[in-house]
Design a protein around this ligand. Structure first.
Ligand code: FDA
Length: 384
């Protein structure tokens, strides 16, 4: 059954990029096994049957990159719309633009400050702790943007994201909290940005559309009853593994911790629920962190106007059966990761890649960029 040159575990952007390169650049036969019933990892999207609106099943995905190699690569498989991401926040019954910018500051302080005045005000408010070294996330945030803006836009949101009071969180979680002293609220600063014209799934499927690539869905690498399982494949063919690194080693050094998200979809009987793609809810008394309204990701599409699809997002620590989304990255996690990396180095025929295989949050362009360079640096070497 192992009539393949390369086994790839996981069909997210990392695994698909390696498979596509192996097939087209080296003429290799690549088999991708995927635990889920669909291709694409967390970038997968589908059409909601009731409204006909494309939604991102594992959370909103906005493509953006300044990496020319990645941009050129992805354009082989899809073209992009000119969508530009903008986010708003509801705080105390009022809507503000994000990221915090001159518009946010002036609306919040009911003022008409110019950039210099606003900068001076925030600098003064950030002095509250004197020169004291911040001991927790709250103090760190106050030292960056002052207490009033912190309490309005960061405190409740962060507490909901982490289910932990910001005074109990490590100051390292935030390194910067940029305030923009212009009215520019275009979210990303990258050279290229847009959404795949005909959706994420057609893009992902085109990457796998090659006679040398076989995708087996509903197939778990650790399922001993399926033929391409870990024990059967060990040492037979090189493996690109994009699942959780701790799971590969049977959690021998302990489980790495993750945050997960819960999504609640709802169809609303209106053509437009909130007027924008993403609305954050900054306050702690609202249980969700944000609402996505997917029609706004594709204003160029001819969606029906009787109904709209929204998705509320809730954040919490991941338990055993939950989808791992964001690494928590405590000092204990970092220590375990060091140990797992050593174990991984002792397996020269296995490449650990992608966000789960490296325990790192990666944007899509980073996952693709990393796969392109590790294809050159590792996979080519296996077959040289
Ligand atoms: P990914 O997780 O996509 O794929 C891994 C695959 O391996 C999965 O399909 C999984 O089922 C499979 N697998 C795991 N274990 C297995 C096993 N034992 N056997 C078989 N298969 C197994 N990026 C961005 O650029 N813009 C954005 O707006 C966002 N937004 C965003 C929101 C949320 C909520 C998250 C969690 C992430 C984002 N991202 C993002 C990041 C984006 O999702 C990420 O870059 C890609 O998913 C990374 O692709 P990978 O292939 O590394 O992992």
């Amino acid at each position: 059954d192992a009539d393949t040159d390369l086994l790839i575990v996981g069909s997210g952007f990392f695994g698909l990029t390696i498979a596509e390169r192996a097939a087209t650049q080296l003429g290799l036969k690549a088999t991708i096994i995927e635990r889920r019933g669909h291709i694409g990892g967390n970038a997968y999207s589908e059409i909601d049957p009731e409204t006909g609106i494309e939604y991102h099943k594992y959370g909103a995905h906005l493509f953006h990159t300044s990496n020319e190699r990645v941009w050129e690569y992805v354009n082989q498989f899809t073209s992009f719309t000119n969508y530009q991401h903008r986010v708003y926040a509801t705080h105390n019954g009022e809507v503000f633009p994000l990221p915090i910018n001159l518009g946010t500051v002036n609306q919040f302080f009911r003022a008409a400050y110019g950039p210099d005045e606003a900068r001076a005000l925030i600098a003064e408010q950030a002095q509250e702790l004197g020169g004291k070294e911040p001991e927790n996330l709250e103090e760190k945030a106050i030292s960056l943007i002052g207490r009033p803006l912190y309490e309005a836009f960061i405190k409740g949101y962060t507490a909901k994201q982490w289910q932990t009071a910001p005074t109990k969180l490590s100051p390292e979680i935030i390194t910067r909290l940029p305030v923009r002293y212009t009215y520019d609220n275009h979210y990303f600063k990258d050279t290229h940005e847009g959404l795949p014209v005909d959706g994420y799934t057609p893009w992902l499927e085109r990457m796998a559309d090659h006679p040398n690539i076989e995708v087996r869905l509903n197939t778990d690498f650790f399922d001993e009853s399926q033929p391409l399982n870990k024990t059967a494949m060990a040492g037979k063919v090189p493996i690109v593994y994009t699942g959780p690194i701790d799971r590969y080693f049977d959690h021998t050094l302990g489980a790495l911790s993750w945050r997960t998200l819960d999504f609640e979809k709802e169809v609303k009987p209106t053509g437009d629920f909130q007027g924008c793609a993403v609305m954050n809810y900054s306050d702690e008394d609202v249980p969700f962190t944000r609402i996505h309204e997917f029609r706004h990701f594709h204003p160029e599409r001819d969606y029906q106007t009787e109904k709209t699809l929204i998705m509320r997002e809730y954040s919490r620590f991941a338990g055993g059966g939950d989808e791992p989304y964001y690494p928590v990255n405590t000092p204990e996690d970092r220590e375990k990761l060091e140990g797992y990396r050593k174990l991984a180095e002792a397996e020269p025929n296995v490449l650990f890649g992608g966000r789960l295989g490296t325990y790192k949050y990666l944007d899509m362009h980073m996952a693709i960029g990393s796969a392109l360079s590790r294809f050159d640096n590792v996979v080519r070497g296996w077959f040289a």
